[in-house]
Design a protein around this ligand. Structure first.
Ligand code: GAF
Length: 382
C-alpha cells in the first residue's frame, strides 16, 4: 500500500471538506490460475496485491453527497434518493451502484463525502473496479455502522458491477480484494465462496506481471457473451453450472452446441481442473508442474475461450522462448491487460528488459513490468 496515495486522499479530503476522514485501502488482485471459472461456480486462485484504491470518507451535513475522483480531477454531487446509472463507462457507476445495492438491502446511509485515488493502471486486468467498489462499501459500512459482513459487502460490490456498470462479473475480484492475506494466494471455491490460503514463497522464482498497456474495445460485451454461453450449456446439461460437468458429459451434447461453444465449455471444465491441480503443485513445491499448468491455461484462453489478443499472445510467446520462465498466461477478463509470469528471480529483470524491447519493436508501444507483493485485503488505515 502506498503511503503517498493515502496521504494524497487524506490531504485532499481535509482541504476540500474541512473535516477529518476515515481512510480505507482496498487492493487490486492477481490471479495465478483459474480464469473465467468464477461465474461457472468453479475454482480460482487469486491474491490481493500492494496496489489498489485509497479512499477518504466522512459523513456530511449537506443535503447532497460529493465524490471526488482525484486521478481524474472529477467531482460529482448526487442525491442519495435519486440515483440512476450514469453514461456507460463513467466512474460514478461504481459509486452509485454500491450505494443503490446497499439501499436495496434496506440499509440506511446519510449524506457523505468521499475522495479516492488509485495506483492500479486502468485496463491492467488487476481489478481496480472491485477495489473501488470494495473501498466504498467498506467505508460506508464503517461510517454508518451498517453491520454488513465482508461476504455481504462483496456481494454488494458484485451486484453494483452487474446492475450499474453492466458487466456480469463473477465473485473472484471482489473476494480477493476484500479477503486478501499478506504473502498468500487464496484457492477460492466460487460456489461456497470460501477459500483456503496458500503461502506463496517460490524461493528462487517470482511472479511478475507484464502489462500490454492495451485494452481492446468490446471486452465487456465479449465477457457477458462468454458468461451466457456457459450458462446456456449448463442449462442444456441440466446442471446448475459448468463446475458440475465433466468432459464426458459435454461429449454427449456435443452435436447440440456450436463447435465454438463446445470449446468454451471444454475450456472451463479443464481450467477448473487446472486450478485445483495448481494448488497441489504449490503444496508440493512443484513449480515445473505449476508453470506447465499456467502455460496450458493461456493456450485454452487463446484458442478455446478466445479472450486473448495479439499483444498478450506475444508476451506469452516471449516467456515460452525463455529458459527462465516456467509459466506465463494472460490474467483477468482478457482482450488486453497483463500477463502473469513465473520467472527465475535471478533472471526476472533481464527477462523484463528483453521482453520490453521486443514488445516495443513489434507493437510500437511500451509494455510495463510490475513486481508485486501479495497483500492484505480491504482495511481501515489508522
Ligand atoms: C474479470 C471478472 F471480474 C472476474 O469475475 C473473472 O470472471 C475474470 O474476469 C476472469 O477470470 O476480472
Amino acid at each position: 500500500m502506498s503511503a503517498i496515495l493515502i496521504n494524497d486522499v487524506k490531504t485532499t479530503f481535509t482541504n476540500t471538506f474541512k473535516t477529518d476522514p476515515i481512510l480505507v485501502f482496498s487492493p487490486g488482485r492477481i490471479n495465478i490460475i483459474g480464469e473465467h471459472t468464477d461465474y461457472n461456480d468453479g475454482f480460482v486462485f487469486p491474491a490481493a496485491v500492494d496496489k489498489g484504491i485509497a479512499a477518504a470518507l466522512q459523513k456530511s451535513d449537506d443535503n447532497v453527497s460529493k465524490a471526488y475522483a482525484l486521478d481524474m480531477d472529477s467531482l460529482v454531487e448526487f442525491e442519495l434518493d435519486k440515483l440512476k446509472p450514469s453514461a456507460e463507462g463513467s466512474w460514478e457507476n461504481y459509486l452509485f451502484g454500491v450505494i443503490a445495492e446497499i439501499q436495496n438491502r434496506n440499509k440506511v446511509i446519510g449524506n457523505f463525502n468521499i475522495v479516492f485515488k488509485g495506483d492500479i493502471p486502468e485496463g491492467a486486468g488487476m481489478s481496480s473496479s472491485a477495489a473501488l467498489e470494495n473501498s466504498i462499501v467498506f467505508g460506508l459500512n464503517e461510517l454508518f455502522d451498517l453491520g454488513l459482513t465482508k461476504h455481504e459487502m462483496i456481494l454488494i460490490s458484485q451486484k453494483a458491477e452487474h446492475n450499474y456498470v453492466g458487466v456480469k462479473c463473477g465473485i473472484m475480484d471482489q473476494y480477493a480484494s476484500m479477503f486478501g492475506i499478506t504473502d498468500n494466494a487464496l484457492l477460492l471455491d466460487c460456489r461456497t465462496v470460501e477459500s483456503k490460503p496458500y503461502e506463496i514463497d517460490f524461493k528462487d522464482h517470482d511472479l511478475i506481471l507484464i502489462n500490454t498497456n492495451v485494452k481492446h474495445s468490446l471486452s465487456d460485451s465479449a465477457y457477458n457473451d462468454r458468461r451466457s454461453a456457459c450458462e446456456s450449456i449448463a442449462e442444456l446439461l441440466g446442471i446448475k453450472a459448468l463446475r458440475d460437468a465433466t468432459e464426458a458429459d459435454l461429449e454427449i451434447i456435443k452435436d447440440k452446441v456450436t463447435p465454438e461453444n463446445y470449446q468454451k465449455a471444454l475450456y472451463v471444465i479443464q481450467e477448473n481442473d487446472r486450478a485445483v491441480k495448481a494448488s497441489k503443485a504449490i503444496e508440493e513445491n512443484d513449480l515445473k508442474t505449476l508453470g506447465a499448468l499456467i502455460f496450458q491455461s493461456h493456450n485454452g484462453l487463446q484458442h478455446q475461450y478466445k479472450v486473448s489478443c495479439d499483444e498478450l499472445d506475444f508476451l506469452v510467446d516471449q516467456a515460452k522462448a525463455s529458459d527462465h520462465v516456467l509459466g506465463a498466461r494472460m490474467m483477468g477478463g482478457g482482450f488486453g491487460g497483463c500477463t502473469i509470469n513465473l520467472v527465475a528471480k535471478s533472471e526476472a529483470k533481464t527477462f523484463g528488459e528483453t521482453t520490453s524491447i521486443a514488445y516495443k519493436e513489434t507493437f510500437g508501444r511500451a509494455c510495463s513490468v510490475y513486481y508485486i507483493k501479495l497483500s492484505q485485503g480491504t482495511h481501515l488505515v489508522k
